[in-house]
Design a protein around this ligand. Sequence first.
Ligand code: ADP
Ligand code: MG
Length: 584
Amino acid sequence: MLKLLSYLRPYWVASLLAPLLMVLEVSMDLMQPRLMASIVDQGVMQGDLAHVGRSGLLMLLCALLGLVGGVGCTVYSSKAAVAFSSDLRRDLFAATQAFSFGNLERIGTASLITRLGSDVAQLQQFVMMLLRVFVRAPLLVLGSMAMAVGISPALALILLAVVPPLFGVLYLLIRWSVPLFAQVQQKLDAVNLVLRENLAGIRVVKAFVGGERERQRFDAANADYAGAAIRAWHIVTLNVPLLTFALNCAIVAVLWFGGLRVEAGSLSAGELVAFINYATMILSSLTSIGMLLMNYSRARVAAERVNAVFAERPEIVAPAQPQQPELQAVAERGCGPEICFDRVTFRYPGALRPALDALTLTVPAGATVALFGSVGAGKSALLGLVPRFYDADEGALRLAGMDLRRLDPAWLRGQIGYVQQETVLFSGSVRDNIRYASPAADAAAVEAAARAAQAHDFILRLPQGYDTVLGQRGADLSGGQRQRLAIARALLPRPPILILDDATSAVDLATEARILGGIKALLPQATCLMVAQRAAAALAADFVVVLEQGRILAQGSHAGLMSTSAAYREIHRGQAALEKVFHD
Ligand SMILES: Nc1ncnc2c1ncn2[C@@H]1O[C@H](COP(=O)(O)OP(=O)(O)O)[C@@H](O)[C@H]1O
Ligand SMILES: [Mg+2]
C-alpha cells in the first residue's frame, strides 16, 4: 500500500493542502459548541443581547472559514486522488503490455480488467478519504475530547470509558472484513470473465441460441458476487448501529450526571449543551473512522491485486546485451535468415502433454516450408516459438545460428510478419489496419501489400475503399476478407521472416493459390513458415513437414511425400475424396 501511495508524490502540493485545509475546517467546527455555550450562558441566561450578536457573528465567521477549508480540501483531495489513479492505471497498462502469454494466462485477462478498473477505483476512493477523513476524524475526536475535558474532566471520563472499547470493536470488524472483500473482488473477476467470453463469442451465442444458457451462467456468477458482497458489507455496516448505540448510551449518562452537576451549580447549562455537542462530534467521527477503516480494508485488497500485476515479471525479456547487428545485416540484404529448431521440447503452461517433443527442423535461409498435421499436432505451437510468444522448455531455436534468447524480442518480432490462426483486426480504417506495423507507410506500399494479399479488389468495392472504417474487430467483413487484410498487414513491412498460421483457411482454392503467388513475388527471399491444409501450399513451398503429436512424422517434397508417406497421402486423398463427394 505504501508503495502505491508513492504515486501521490508528484501531487504533493495538493496532497499537503488538502489535509491542511481540513485542519482549518476541523478547528472551526470545534469552535462552534464553545461559542454556542457562551451565547447560552452569558447572552441568553443574563439577557446580554449585544453578546448574543457578537458571538453569533463570530459563529458565522467560523462557519464561513470552515466552509472555505471544507471546499478547498474537497477540491485538492479529489484532484490528487484522480491524478493518482490515472497514473496508476497508466503504469498498470504499461506493465501488462510487457507481459508474455504465460503472464497473461496466470493473471487472466478478465481479472486484469477488474484490476485496472474496479481495484484502481477502490484505491482512488481510499486516497480521497485518506486526504479528508484520515485527518478530519481523528482530529475531531481528539479535539472534541480535549474540549470536553476542558469543560468537565469528570464527565469526560464517561467518554473515555466508551471510546477505546469501541475502537477495539471497529478493529475486529475490519479484521473480519478484509478476507471477505478479497473474495468480493475475486467474484467480480468471475463476473467479468463470463461477460468477456460472452461478448467475444456473441456470434456463437446467437447462432446457437445460447442466450438463455449464457444468462443463467451470468446470473450464477452475479449472484455469487452479490452474496459475497452482502456478507462483507453486513460486517462492515454493523459498526454504524453499534457505534450509535454505544454513544447514545454515553450521552444519556452525560445528561444524567451532567444534569446533576448543573443542579448543583458546578456546571452551566450552556456548558452541558456544548459538552453534548462534542460527544456527538465524537460519535460522528468514530463512524467516519469506521468507514475509513472499512475503505482501508477494501483498498488493501485492491493494493495487493494491483501490486501482483506489478510483481509479475515478464517471462520473455531482452537479454542484458542483446545481439543483433549480424542479423540486421541479414535482414538488410532482404534475405530471410536460416531458422533452426534444435531438439525443441515445449509444453504450454499447465499442459500435461508437450506440444512439441524434441523436435528438430532446419528451415534454410530464404526457404518456404509448409507444415501439415491434424488439429492439435503442434503446428501453432511451433510457429509461436519463433517470435518468442513462448520460450522452449528444452532445446534451442536459432536464427542465422544465433540463439533466440540472445536477441531483443522487440527487434526479433520486428523481423517477422505473423498472421495468426485467428484473425484479429482493430476498429479503425482498412488502411490503418494494414499499416499497423508500419504507420508511416505510403499509399503505394499499402496498395502493393494489399494486392499481394489479394485484398486490393475487395477493398476498392468497400464504401470508402481504403478509408472504410471497420467496426469492432472488423466484424463487418467476411472471414476470408479479414484473413486477407491480416496477410496484407504482415506483408507491408516486407519482413525477412513470414509466418502464416493457416492464414488462407477461409478463402477458396484459386484465391489461395493467387495469395501464395503474390507473397512469393513480393517477398521472394523471405524465410517462410506456413501451416496449411491444402495442396496449393505444399506446391508453393520448397519442402513439406508433417507433424503428429509434436513430432515430425515425415519431411520432403510434395511429390516425394505423396509417394513415400501414407499419412501425407491420406491428408490429400481425404481432400480429393471430399471434393469428389461434393461434385457428384
Ligand atoms: N494455450 C494453450 N494452453 C495449453 N495447451 C494448449 C494451448 N494451446 C494449445 N494447446 C495444446 O497444445 C497442443 C498443440 O496445439 P497447437 O499447437 O495449437 O496445435 P495445432 O495448431 O497443430 O492445431 C494441443 O494438444 C493443444 O490442445
Ligand atoms: Mg493451430
